[in-house]
Design a protein around this ligand. Structure first.
Ligand SMILES: O=C(O)CCC(=O)C(=O)O
Length: 311
C-alpha cells in the first residue's frame, strides 16, 4: 500500500515527496520477540497500543500539566515568528531556547496565540522536579531495549533519562538522525512519523556543508525542492501515524521527520548500543571537521556548532 502525503498537493507535482510505504505495526508480544533477535533491530516498527494502560497515557494532558505543574519553569524551543518550520535551514537558523512557566507556555499553545509550530518543549527533564511522575511511566529502554542478559547496573548505565516533549499541532522536527537507539511513546495527541534508512543518506544530502549540524538533512521532505536536491527522488520513506499508547522503535542512525497532527505529549527513551557508540564517534568526527571548516572559512569568526535539539 502506498500512502499519500497530506502536505504535498498544493504546489503541484514538482514538490511531491517520493511515495511512502507504511511502517510495520506489531503487537507488544511480537515486538518483544522481534527485539530479542539482533537482526530484529535493523528496521523501525510501531508497537500498537503498547503503553495504553500506563497512568501517563490515561492521566496526562496539557490541562493536567497546566493545573498541577503550571508554576514550574521549563526550557522551550522557539522560532522567530514567520519561520516556515518545514524548511530545515530556516528551522536551524531561527531556533532559540528560553526558560518559561509551563502554565504560560501551555496557555499560549492552547489559545493558538503562537504561529503554528513556533513553540515546542523538547526532551525536557520534567522528572527532575516532579519525581512522582515516574510512577506514571515505565523504563521501556531498560525493559525491552538493552539486551536482558546484561547485568542490571550496566542496563541502567546504558539508558538515558526519558525526555518529555509537549507541543501544539503543527510542530515539526525536521529530518535528522540520532546517535542512540530510541523508543518514542505517544502519550497524548497524534503524530506522523516519516523515516528513511541510513542507506538513504546520499538522497538526503547528509553532511551538507549548508548546515551547521551534521545530524540534519537540508531537504524539506514534505515539500522537496528537486531543483536543488534531485537525488531525493531516490529516497524510500516509511510513514506511520502514532496514536496515544503507540510506541515507535527507531534504530540508531535512521533518519526521521516528525509532524504533530494534534497537540501532543511524547516521551522518548534513548539508550546506548555498540552501533550507537560507533555512530557517536563518527558524528563527533564529522562535527569537529565541520566546525574547523566553518572557522577557517569565516577567518575564525564562526559561531560554535548549533546545539542539537534532540540531545
Ligand atoms: O517528536 C518529535 O518531534 C521528535 C522526536 C525525536 O526526534 C526523537 O525522539 O528522536
Amino acid at each position: 500500500m502506498v500512502m499519500n502525503s497530506l502536505f504535498a498537493s498544493d504546489a503541484g507535482f514538482s514538490h511531491e515527496p517520493p511515495p511512502a510505504q507504511p511502517l510495520e505495526r506489531l503487537s507488544a508480544s511480537e515486538a518483544a520477540a522481534r527485539l530479542a533477535r539482533p537482526e530484529g533491530r535493523e528496521r523501525p516498527f510501531i508497537i500498537s497500543g503498547m503503553t495504553r494502560s500506563w497512568p501517563a497515557c490515561r492521566r496526562w494532558s496539557p490541562t493536567f500539566f497546566k493545573e498541577r505543574y503550571g508554576d514550574r519553569s521549563i526550557v522551550v524551543e522557539r522560532w522567530r515568528s514567520g519561520v516556515a518550520t518545514t524548511d530545515p535551514m530556516a528551522f536551524l537558523r531561527n531556533r532559540y531556547y528560553s526558560r518559561e512557566s509551563l502554565r504560560a507556555v501551555i496557555e499560549h499553545m492552547e489559545a493558538g496565540l503562537e504561529a503554528p509550530g513556533s513553540c515546542y518543549i523538547t526532551y525536557a527533564n520534567i522528572f527532575e522536579d516532579a519525581q512522582e511522575l515516574n510512577a506514571d511511566i515505565e523504563p521501556l529502554h531498560e525493559q525491552l531495549g538493552v539486551p536482558n542478559h546484561y547485568p542490571a547496573q550496566l542496563r541502567r548505565w546504558l539508558c538515558l533519562r526519558p525526555g518529555f516533549w509537549l507541543g501544539p499541532a503543527g510542530t515539526v522536527s525536521t529530518v535528522h538522525y540520532d546517535r542512540h537507539e530510541n523508543f518514542n511513546v505517544q502519550v497524548y495527541g497524534r503524530k506522523r512519523w516519516t523515516l528513511f534508512a541510513p542507506g538513504d543518506a546520499a538522497a538526503l544530502y547528509a553532511n551538507s556543508a549548508e548546515l551547521p549540524v551534521v545530524l540534519f538533512s537540508p531537504v524539506d521532505v514534505e515539500r522537496p525542492d528537486y531543483g536543488r536536491y534531485p537525488s531525493f527522488r531516490q529516497a524510500r520513506p516509511l510513514q506511520g501515524d502514532l496514536d496515544p499508547g503507540d510506541v515507535i522503535f527507531v534504530p540508531c542512525s535512521w533518519w526521521h521527520h516528525v509532524r504533530a497532527l494534534e497537540m501532543s505529549i511524547t516521551l522518548n527513551y534513548w539508550w546506548w548500543s555498540a552501533r550507537a557508540a560507533w555512530a557517536a564517534a563518527r558524528v563527533g568526527y564529522l562535527q569537529a571537521r565541520r566546525h574547523v571548516g566553518l572557522r577557517i572559512a569565516s577567518g575564525g569568526e564562526s559561531e560554535d556548532a548549533a546545539s542539537m535539539p534532540t540531545e
